[in-house]
Design a protein around this ligand. Structure first.
Ligand code: ATP
Ligand code: MG
Length: 467
């Protein structure tokens, strides 16, 4: 009993405490007629969470990006809730609630409905660490920020004014501490506080600035933009896993092409991902590669905007393809056989990326599979196409091949043949196989009958192994 009690006390990290409210000022209360949030865009579960907390006597609001999107009239992809209840107090109120994180605990409340389960992330208002010198690295980067605070402080430690609004679904009021609503109207992205200091605390905010500007179409306020050119190099100090997550968010935002242009304009692309360096290089030599990547990104943006899924492995496979192609061709020129040349090029291409940002293993294996499949689309003989179509990642490999056809790097006739092959019944598939034989025969000017007895040895490279 006593040990249980002690354990419980210990779990409440003694470093974690509520601070007195700083002088953060009173928020502006914005009524429905001004913010015009459409209640239909709200997640019922998020509303349930705020109501439950409020009924138990706590303050609770929908917060952050969800409020920004609601005011923009966009359905948010996820909902965060902020409250003055501690994580333990939150957890006690919900059946499916899990404490996440060790330093600053938040609570994931899960709801199981018809589709995917929905997770509402509930965090306790956090304090500002203005005078916490011992929590800050030499560069200004915040190393520890695990102190609970008031709502005003919580607002002040958020990044942009438009990301620091709180919405109470029961009174349909928005609380705005930093002029977020005015900035929404001016279509301006403005950092809260002194931008230089805020970027030093967390350099990832520079990438977030570019991402949100691309997503909302807003303009970066001049003071928010100015320090980025000088501070961009601080991104090198950010742990690579965090950098990877942020780049992934940027690429999967549905506005990746605009965001990548934004990175270039801000001079932020160097050293993030080696591939971004030459995607953004406008020289004539990079034109073919750029066309492919541009098309791939436009395709990804379109899929995301229309609510379709996109795999990160696929996306990285497209971004790295021009590099891979170059390495592959160079290996062949050195005298390597086609498939070993490809395998070697895959290793090289992935290794080059590790210098900047490590591509996570699970994506790496997807990428290797998609790439290895490419030469197999050309082998339309024997049982090969029937086997290829059964590969678990066939669809991704096929979509990838169609992108190559669209930029003329692969023959569009091959893309069309596969599209027909996928749609055909078994008889149709056999007919398509026969049509290839005839094509090959016509190309070699050999009568089809004679050809049948001879195996087309030279046209049969060894089957590539999947990576
Ligand atoms: P998205 O639509 O991409 O999810 P978001 O604004 O919700 O955008 P999140 O990364 O989910 O972004 O973060 C939620 C909120 O937490 C933000 O709106 C912001 O208020 C705050 N936040 C997140 N990251 C930071 C950061 N690095 N610095 C300060 N505040 C942050
Ligand atoms: Mg979010």
């Amino acid at each position: 009993m006593i040990t249980k009690f002690i354990k419980r006390i210990l779990r409440r990290d003694p470093m974690v405490k509520h601070t007195q409210a700083n002088n953060t000022g009173a928020p502006k209360r914005i009524p429905k007629k001004s913010h015009r949030i459409d209640p239909h865009l709200l997640s019922k579960n998020a509303v349930k969470v705020t109501q439950t907390l409020q009924q138990a006597g706590y303050e609770a609001f929908i917060v952050g990006g969800a409020v920004r999107d609601l005011v923009l009239g966009i359905g948010p992809k996820d909902f965060d809730v902020a409250t003055n209840a501690t994580p333990d107090q939150v957890q006690r109120l919900f059946r499916k609630a899990r404490l996440i994180g060790r330093r600053f605990q938040i609570v994931h409340v899960t709801f199981f409905g018809k589709g995917h389960p929905e997770i509402i992330e509930v965090s306790t208002f956090r304090a500002l660490l203005d005078n916490a010198g011992d929590h800050v690295a030499e560069s200004g980067r915040i190393l520890r920020d695990n102190v609970w605070g008031s709502q005003g402080e919580d607002a002040a430690r958020r990044d942009f004014t438009i990301n620091a609004m709180y919405y109470d679904p029961s009174s349909e009021t928005v609380l705005d501490y930093h002029g977020g609503m005015a900035d929404m109207q001016k279509k301006t992205l403005r950092m809260i506080g002194d931008p230089t200091k805020r970027y030093r605390e967390d350099p990832v905010r520079m990438l977030r600035a570019i991402r949100f500007a691309a997503k909302t179409g807003f303009t970066l306020d001049a003071d928010t933009r100015a320090p980025i050119a000088k501070l961009g190099k601080l991104l090198q100090d950010v742990p690579s896993a965090r950098l990877f997550d942020e780049i992934l968010k940027l690429l999967m935002s549905g506005y990746s092409w605009a965001a990548i242009q934004g990175l270039r304009n801000a001079g932020l692309h160097h050293g993030l991902l080696p591939l971004l360096d030459h995607i953004l290089d406008n020289s004539e030599a990079s034109k073919g590669a750029n066309d492919f990547v541009k098309l791939a990104l436009a395709n990804t943006d379109q899929r995301i905007q229309s609510g379709k899924s996109v795999s990160a492995g696929f996306l990285f496979a497209t971004l790295l393809w021009p590099d891979l192609l170059k390495n592959w061709k160079a290996n062949i020129a050195k005298g390597m056989a086609n498939i070993p040349a490809l395998q070697d090029a895959m290793d090289d291409t992935i290794a080059t990326q590790s210098s900047g940002m490590t591509i996570q293993r699970r994506f790496e294996s997807d990428m290797r599979e998609i790439w290895s499949m490419q030469p197999r689309f050309e082998r339309r003989i024997g049982r090969y196409p029937y086997r290829l179509i059964e590969s678990p990642r066939f669809r991704a490999g096929y979509d990838f091949m169609l992108l190559r056809c669209a930029t003329g790097e692969q023959s569009p006739a091959i893309g069309e043949w596969w599209t027909n092959f996928i749609a055909a019944d078994p008889v149709g598939q056999d007919e398509l196989m026969a049509s290839v034989k005839n094509e090959l025969g016509a190309a070699a000017n050999i009568p089809a009958k004679r050809r049948r007895r001879r195996k087309p040895k030279s046209a049969t490279p060894p089957e590539p192994t999947l990576g």
